[in-house]
Design a protein around this ligand. Structure first.
Ligand code: C6P
Length: 403
């Protein structure tokens, strides 16, 4: 083993005995996060940025401290961190807030065939409204981005390159710093969907080289209902608010409004306050383990799983076969078996995996499959979870006469 600490006692839900291999969809929560939220709600809760009374000041301080914690985690500045409802809202805010303002007929948006729908559909919608066209970087045989094709497609009409930081279906981690460098040379803005990356690997936004970054708290041990839109200040300054309402204004008349300073102009309405406290605690927890350790643990489990899965008759692995530039997400199919049947049989063995198109339907078409079963690892997983999966898959193979 790798010397990674056994953290399972921190996760009450694991007492059920579940082999939880669906953290790519949403992670479990440690008691440290649950208790931080509970404590805050019991002792310090009020709306933020609205009251002069002590509780509201305490709540505002906690909310802004969470923003600072996220900024420190990303190597960013406090005001560059916008709280949203999640990665999907962050990406829509960028597409509609930046894209609608700046894209014109003839402009090009370059994304990839491995995107989650959240980094594809908003760009389709904005392309239709602005007259911009959408193009996609293809993938290679082993599920990596085809960077030669990227360079061929990149020209000065490309205004946005929207790319995943880590594929939720293949585990592939594209070389974003390199992609961002080339995109910037061509004059494009770079949007990174980091929903799967930030929970698993240290991200320094300056080193990544992106202009915008999006992720969700619930995939990184935090609560649902809160996510982050990070933007470089010059990029955020080019963005219009996507939603109007309370707290995002400087002044309002019956016919007009002016905007509050960044980041508040992008946070209309009452924000997710208790959730911000939970996200703060989740980042503290992750940092107490160390992001490098977490990534190494993911990679260890991935290496073990890739090896053991390749011995199971009839199992096909989709995506990179080695741990080079890939995270702890493995998509599989079994000959002559539907992915949903696989997931059902695994569930009978106490193994929770996601089956389906993983909100990446264009990628599934590219792979020539309707669906895959997906294992995704996190800090609480062990080799025993992989063994239980392999046992379940062998049983499924026997049942369906595979091999
Ligand atoms: N992927 C999965 O099972 P939200 O739902 O807004 O928190 O995150 C959306 C999202 C965006 N990008 C990527 C790469 C993602 O993986 C996700 C969420 C989950 O893969 C649910 S579909």
């Amino acid at each position: 083993m790798t010397g990674f600490p056994d953290l399972r006692a921190d996760f009450p839900i694991l007492e059920t005995g579940v082999h939880f291999l669906d953290s790519g969809a949403s992670s479990q929560k440690p008691i440290q996060v649950l208790e931080a939220m509970d404590r805050f709600a019991r002792t310090s809760y009020a709306n933020v940025h609205r009251g002069a009374y002590k509780l509201s000041v305490a709540a505002t301080d906690a909310y802004e401290a969470a923003r600072q914690r996220v900024a420190d985690f990303l190597g960013a500045d406090h005001d560059e961190v916008v709280f949203t409802r999640g990665a999907t809202t962050s990406l829509n805010s960028i597409a509609f807030g930046w894209g609608l303002e700046h894209l014109r007929p003839g402009d090009r948006i370059l994304t990839t065939v491995m995107e989650h729908h959240a980094n594809l559909v908003p760009w389709q919608m904005v392309a239709k409204r602005t007259g911009a066209t959408l193009d996609h970087i293809p993938i290679t045989e082993d599920g990596r981005l085809d960077l030669d094709a990227f360079l061929e497609k990149l020209d000065e009409r490309v205004r946005v390159v929207a790319v995943t930081g880590m594929s939720n279906a293949l585990g592939t981690i594209p070389d974003v710093p390199w992609i961002a460098g080339r995109a910037h040379e061509a004059g494009a803005r770079v949007v990174v969907d980091a929903a799967q990356l930030v929970p698993h690997r240290e991200v320094d936004v300056r080193e990544l080289g992106a202009d915008f970054l999006a992720f969700s708290s619930h995939k990184m041990l935090g609560p649902t209902g809160i996510g982050v839109l990070w933007g470089r200040m010059d990029a955020l300054e080019e963005m219009e608010p996507f939603e109007g309402g309370g707290e995002m204004i400087a002044d309002v008349t019956l016919h007009n409004a002016t905007w509050a300073p960044i980041p508040h102009r992008f946070e209309a309405g009452t924000p997710p306050i208790i959730e911000a406290v939970g996200l703060h605690a989740a980042i503290d927890y992750l940092d107490s383990i160390g992001m490098d350790q977490i990534f190494a643990h993911d990679q260890h489990l991935t290496a073990v799983a890739l090896e053991r899965l390749s011995d199971v008759p009839g199992v096909q692995i989709h995506g990179p076969r080695d741990t080079e530039n890939r995270g702890g997400v493995i998509s599989i199919t079994m000959d002559g078996t539907h992915a949903h049947d696989l997931a059902t049989i695994l569930d009978e063995h106490g193994v929770a995996v996601r089956a389906g198109h993983h909100c990446a339907k264009p990628l599934m078409r590219e792979l020539g499959v309707a669906a895959t079963a997906r294992l995704s690892f996190y800090v609480y997983n062990t080799e025993e979870d992989i063994d239980a999966t392999v046992t379940g898959l062998r049983k499924a193979g026997e049942l369906f006469g595979v091999g």
